[in-house]
Write a protein that binds this ligand. Structure first.
Ligand SMILES: Cc1ncc(COP(=O)(O)O)c(C=O)c1O
Length: 385
């Protein structure tokens, strides 16, 4: 890599104002949706955990990787998601690797969303079962493939992102659940990395948005692994909306026990490092005591989507904190990215998972973006488009 194409060098915590390559930008990149990555209390808690427990987590959880900071993350995450227990591991990326092994006895064939995140694609290879792809967010294609499974006497496991990370599109989970409900034993497994903390009345993510978080007509989320009926599982991360770090699974004691024992992330991998566990526990404490933070984020998201629509842009009504703006071809979007940057605004042009062939301009909305900041972004878009 030459000096001219090095990735941007971050020189401050990510936030509405972020220092990159020596310059301060109005920043709409990355994932710190609740604005906590640079929060003073979170940083102090991380420093405190470093002083108490050191940099490292010592070993795996069954060795000496179990300390007050890690235990606090699991207790607070279980409370946040309204579940019996939680399992905190080193990265959201591996959440589906863990879950797919925990529920392996429930399915014969995998239905894979064609634009699912890399981590789901990789996890799908682990059970060694046949994989059938369904078209991106296409509930009819999904239902057709579910019927084909049922006709062949095969129990399906459907894999999808809740929120697609480049575009902010939400998967039609309500329609997927309806299609799976008639099918006997069926499993829906969601990666909700970008929904956790940000989407839904209580921040429980995409399922909550559709009224499927332990809803009246749906099975409990992340419940016991039973042989029959429809089951819904979801994993996520504390590294995005929460501004902390590490993957999280919150569910019934039975599910968490299985997650500890059917893969080796509990007994064969280091626990998340103590300082990040300390900072992450504090971030969870903050969102539990201040639901207003999530409200501010959700208001900002609705406001920005509305204002961009007024410019004539095709913006959907997803509740995600990511607003994908796809306008013209890749070259045009690169131009808009460059012109925004010249006006001291960062909106990445993204070709990340789910971005499609042309890519997209990916706006990340934060709880601590002010009205003035959002209006400035919209005004610059109006000028540049
Ligand atoms: C959809 C999705 N799932 C999982 C991950 C991985 O989560 P983590 O960064 O916590 O490992 C990411 C991005 O990093 C993502 O975009």
């Amino acid at each position: 890599m030459t000096a001219t194409n090095l990735p941007p060098l971050m020189e401050s915590p990510p936030g509405p104002k972020t220092v990159i390559d020596g310059k301060t930008y109005l920043y709409f990149g990355g994932t710190s949706y609740l604005g906590l990555a640079g929060n003073a209390e979170v940083i102090e808690a991380a420093c405190d955990a470093a002083r108490r427990f050191g940099m490292h987590s010592a070993t795996s959880r069954t060795g000496f990787g179990h300390n007050a900071a890690t235990v606090a993350v699991e207790r607070l995450a279980a409370e946040f998601f309204g579940k019996e227990k939680a399992f905190y591991y080193v990265s959201g990326y591996v959440g589906n690797h863990i879950l797919i092994q925990a529920v392996a006895e429930r399915f014969d064939v995998i239905l894979m969303e064609e634009m699912a995140h890399f981590c789901l694609q990789e996890a799908s290879a682990l059970p060694g079962k046949p994989i059938v792809r369904f078209a991106h967010r296409d509930a009819e294609d999904f239902a057709r493939k579910v019927r084909e499974c049922a006709a062949a006497g095969k129990r399906p496991l459907a894999l999808t992102d809740g929120i697609f990370p480049a575009t902010g599109e939400i998967a039609p989970l309500d329609r997927y659940v309806r299609a799976l409900a008639d099918c006997g034993a069926a499993t829906l497994l969601i990666d909700d990395a970008h929904g956790f903390g940000a989407v839904g009345e209580n921040g429980r993510g995409s399922l909550e948005h559709f009224g499927l978080w332990d809803g009246k007509n749906s099975p409990p989320v992340n419940g016991d692994v039973l042989p029959d009926g429809l089951a819904i599982y979801v994993s996520g991360t504390l590294s995005k909306a929460l501004g902390g770090f590490g993957g999280i699974l919150a569910g019934s004691a039975d599910l968490i026990e299985r997650a500890h024992t059917t893969s080796h992330y509990y007994n064969g991998a280091s626990a998340p490092a103590s300082p990040v566990a300390g900072g992450t526990a504090k971030a969870l404490e903050i969102v539990l005591r201040d639901p207003g933070l999530r409200k501010r984020l959700q208001n900002n998201v609705a406001l920005l989507r509305g204002k961009l629509r007024e410019l004539g842009l095709a913006i959907d009504d997803s509740p995600a904190s990511i607003v994908g703006v796809t306008v013209g071809d890749a070259e045009n979007m690169r131009r808009i990215h460059r012109e925004l940057k010249a006006a001291d605004i960062i909106v990445p042009y993204s070709t990340y998972s789910g971005a499609g062939k042309e890519g997209t301009l990916r706006i990340a909305v934060f709880a601590n973006h002010t009205l003035e900041m959002l209006e400035r972004l919209v005004n610059e878009f109006r000028r540049i488009l």
